[in-house]
Write a protein that binds this ligand. Structure first.
Ligand code: MGD
Ligand code: MGD
Ligand code: SF4
Ligand code: MO
Length: 772
């Protein structure tokens, strides 16, 4: 074996000097990181999508030497960051994760040998010094002290139990975790209903794609992507909107770019000229918050010019006349005045889609995180249906899902106020009876609170206690000045996490959970593929997998749970959830992933939805006319800019995982605000200057990134740092009426050089309605 892998690696020769001290496997990650950083200087996305996908770093890994690897534990597992669902082998020496290397290609249906920088390097958090290794309870002075599991669980059972006894179970709520496995999320829903007697259980999907789920469920029947990754790789045309694909779903971004290089058309609509736009056949800058308007504009053009698929509409849909009538008002002039998209671009987009044999409609949060996100999604669903782009190879709708397991854990497993696992309605008597029977409890037919509503209900004492599992609500909820007050004033709060995150600071008891490398179960990715997650390390300290913690708590609160493994939990899921009827661990393992619906043991799983019928009673897609909509808060003289918020490639959400990664922190040490160069000149702001961004709810100060990626009337800030938590600026009350999603993508703000006055230096020069 090679003790000094540098000698047989030609790809990282520039990074040797600092790594001479570290040899063998320990040096591998160090050298690979240095190499990544060199590439980072080059182009941020390059490392993720190009270098790694070319397998360059994997070649270095080869040089670790097989003999040495035998001393390590290895597990073929699924990435715990985003919902692309990349698979790879993780190597551990028992203390930390040493390397991620490609697994057998047939076992990695989505990524093959590619990963992004997070899946490849983002593991320092697992063994970081501040990992929670014991339970914590508040002492008499209000400080945390370490406690035994026995004491901590007793405190939780007592704290939650008292509220339940005094105010009823509905005064309690649970936030489940889309970071955790399917099996664990199934138990979170069961725990809420059976043990706590509340339907108020929800998760981060509420802050994310719940408007997608609502919009697609209403029109097609399933609130999920209809496509397989194969369709994404082979389609002739993409319409992508509100998705920073190369940064938020890098491996999918790479697939799309490859297909575009091979000749596919790519239409991108986004207020920011994000990197995927550089590859587009046409990029259209849109005014944030008016997506249904330009989508309806395209639909109108197609109908007026007879460019829609009449056969598909006649045979497979209802509601076409309603759509036809609704889009009449979206004339070219109106669309351009409202959204900034010129008629020429609407026309080209419509004609490109009509001409293409197949088209995929891809979107993410730019479409959903609005006070009318569900309407945006329905407008998109109408467009996909009238062009006949459903149920055939290379066609379909593809909302790129967010957290690693938000499709499965955040939806399919039913930790939801209105649905049991498999989207079975809790208000349906027959279905409720099935679960009451299986879980031996009574369940109210009344829906519980959605996450965003839980925080509002707490103002009226309708929620008094919360159990928050793997969710950093103190930073990720909208309007966190309000959310913080709620967390502070709860009668009882228990947080179950890997760290004392900002939410745990408010807790009465903190329970230490394990990360995905320390447990076994399944995740479901963005194309509905259920994949295995395998333990490669022992739990750090006294931390425990979420399912074991829930089981212990259920025991203490009078329920006799007796699962020996997550496979057993999945057996219970199979028996109660038709969609997952045949999704057993054995099948998932031997098939290398299984896509739902998978009705029974013999069913092969479903690559593509709606090949024969939609999931509605009559089997048809139910189209609905969508009228004009606009953001709930619009810019005005006082707050003249639209703030939109989101992500960067190297960071993940509130940073609990990525902030512990030195290389990542060197590259993205803080949040920032993107400001158009003309605006910067007017305000006397230079690149890197501190800028105050202020809304009606709060203010943050961040460095300026002067760039024409944004238009002149829009500013953009990421969501990754507590010091500059952008959710101080967003609004907790303006929610989508169907899905209760907040309007993270539009807030009215003003900007000023820090410590300066808020008036532009040369006021009046800014064209507020202008576009590039
Ligand atoms: N690196 C990284 N990857 C991640 C995550 C992460 O934190 N870091 N998080 C994961 C999660 S949970 C999710 S949900 C996904 C999110 O994935 P994305 O939704 O792609 O991420 P955002 O950065 O929120 O980007 C939203 C996009 O919408 C655009 N946009 C803003 N406002 C509007 C609008 O009004 N209309 C339109 N059409 N577009 C608009 C923005 O310019 C941006 O391109 O990413 C997942 N992947
Ligand atoms: N302004 C603005 N706000 C947003 C968004 C936006 O675009 N703009 N996006 C929204 C979206 S889409 C999302 S998904 C949310 C994300 O918001 P959150 O879900 O709150 O963000 P994370 O930082 O991913 O928090 C996950 C937590 O789970 C812990 N964890 C990781 N693995 C495990 C595990 O296996 N078990 C347990 N118990 N804990 C674990 C981590 O330590 C971390 O504390 O943010 C939302 N907030
Ligand atoms: S693209 Fe997503 S799933 Fe794949 S390695 Fe990166 S974070 Fe993990
Ligand atoms: Mo998300």
């Amino acid at each position: 074996m090679s003790e000094n892998p540098d000698s047989d690696s030609d790809s990282d020769s520039d990074s040797d000097s600092d790594s001479e001290t570290a040899s063998g496997v320990a040096g591998y990650m160090q050298r690979a990181k240095q190499q990544a950083l060199q590439n980072v200087e080059h182009v941020a996305e390059g490392v993720a999508a190009e270098t790694l996908s070319e397998g360059k770093l994997f070649e270095i890994a080869q040089s670790i030497g097989d003999a040495r690897l035998e001393e390590l534990t290895v597990a073929d597992t699924t990435c715990g960051y985003c919902a692309v669902g990349c698979r790879f082998d993780l190597y551990s020496d028992g203390e930390e994760i040493l390397a991620a290397r490609p697994t057998a290609e047939e076992d990695a249906p989505v990524n093959g040998i590619s990963t992004c920088v997070k899946g490849k390097f983002g593991y320092n958090f697992v063994n970081s010094d501040d990992r929670l290794t014991t339970p914590l309870v508040r002492d008499e002075n209000g400080e945390f002290r370490e406690a035994t599991w026995d004491e901590a669980l007793a405190r939780v059972a007592e704290g939650l139990g008292e509220i339940k006894a005094e105010h009823g179970g509905q005064a309690l709520s649970v936030i489940a975790s889309s970071k955790a496995t399917n099996e664990e999320n199934y138990l979170m829903g069961k725990f809420a209903r059976q043990v706590l007697n509340t339907n108020s259980v929800d998760n981060c999907n509420r802050l994310c794609h719940s408007s997608t789920v609502a919009g697609l469920a209403q029109t097609y029947g399933y609130g999920a992507a209809s496509v397989s990754i194969e369709d994404l790789e082979t389609t002739d045309c993409y319409l992508i909107t509100g998705s920073n694909t190369t940064e938020a779903h890098p491996v999918i971004g790479t697939r799309i770019k490859q297909n575009v290089r091979d000749g596919a058309d790519l239409l991108v609509f986004d207020p920011r000229e994000v990197q995927i736009a550089e590859y587009a056949t046409q990029y259209s800058r849109v005014q944030p918050g008016y997506d249904a308007v330009w989508i309806n504009g395209i639909t109108r053009y197609l109908i007026e010019n007879d460019l829609y698929d009449e056969t598909f509409v006649a045979e497979r849909t209802t509601g076409f006349e309603d759509v036809k009538e609704a889009v009449v008002e979206f004339t070219p002039d109106r669309v351009e005045a409202v959204t900034g998209v010129p008629h020429e671009e609407i026309k080209t987009a419509a004609e490109t889609i009509a001409k293409a044999d197949t088209c995929v409609f891809g979107w993410t949060l730019g479409l959903t995180e609005h006070s009318h996100g569900t309407e945006n999604v329905i407008a998109m669903a109408n467009l996909a249906a009238i062009t006949g782009n459903l149920g055939k190879p290379g066609t379909g709708v593809s909302p790129f899902r967010g957290q690693n397991n938000v499709q499965g854990g955040g939806g399919d497993m039913g930790p939801l106020p209105d649905n049991f696992p498999g989207y079975q309605d809790i208000a349906d008597d027959e279905i409720r009876a099935k679960f009451e029977d299986a879980w031996e409890c009574e369940i109210s037919p009344e829906y519980g609170y959605y996450t965003t509503q839980m925080f509002l209900a707490a103002d009226d004492d309708d929620v008094r206690g919360m159990y928050i599992i793997g969710e950093n609500a103190a930073l990720s909820e909208p309007g966190i000045n309000h959310a913080g007050n709620v967390l502070e004033s709860l009668d009882f709060l228990v947080v179950q996490d890997l760290f004392v995150n900002e939410t745990a600071e408010y807790a009465d008891v903190v329970l230490p959970a394990c990360s995905f490398v320390e447990k076994t179960g399944t995740f479901t990715n963005t194309d509905r593929t259920v994949q295995m997650v395998k333990q490669v390390m022992e739990p750090k300290g006294a931390s425990r997998p979420d399912w074991k913690i829930l089981q212990d708590l259920a025991h203490r609160m009078g329920r006799d749970w007796d699962y020996d493994s997550t496979a057993e939990i999945m057996d219970e899921v199979n028996s109660l959830t038709p969609l997952y009827g045949g999704v057993t661990h054995d099948r998932v393992e031997s098939d290398g992933g299984l896509q739902w619906p998978c009705w029974d043991e013999d069913h092969p799983g479903t690559k593509r939805l709606y090949e024969d019928a939609f999931n509605t009673e009559d089997g048809l897609a139910h189209l609905q006319g969508i009228g004009y909509s606009e953001p709930a808060e619009r810019p005005d003289d006082e707050y003249p800019f639209t703030l939109t918020t989101g992500r960067v490639l190297y960071q993940y959400h509130t940073g609990t995982m990525t902030h512990r990664e030195e290389g990542i922190m060197e590259y993205t040490p803080s949040d920032f605000v993107e400001i158009h160069p003309d605006v910067a000149v007017n305000y006397g702001i230079e690149d890197g200057d501190q800028v105050q961004v202020e809304s009606r709810r709060g203010a943050i100060t961040v460095p300026a990134q002067v760039t024409d990626r944004v238009g002149r009337d829009t500013v953009f800030a990421p969501i990754h740092f507590a010091e500059s938590a952008v959710n101080q600026l967003t609004d907790e009350e303006r929610l989508d009426p169907a899905a209760a999603t907040p309007e993270y993508k539009v807030s009215a703000v003003r900007i000023s050089p820090h410590e300066g006055d808020s008036k532009p230096v040369r006021s009046g020069d800014i064209e507020l309605t202008g576009d590039d």
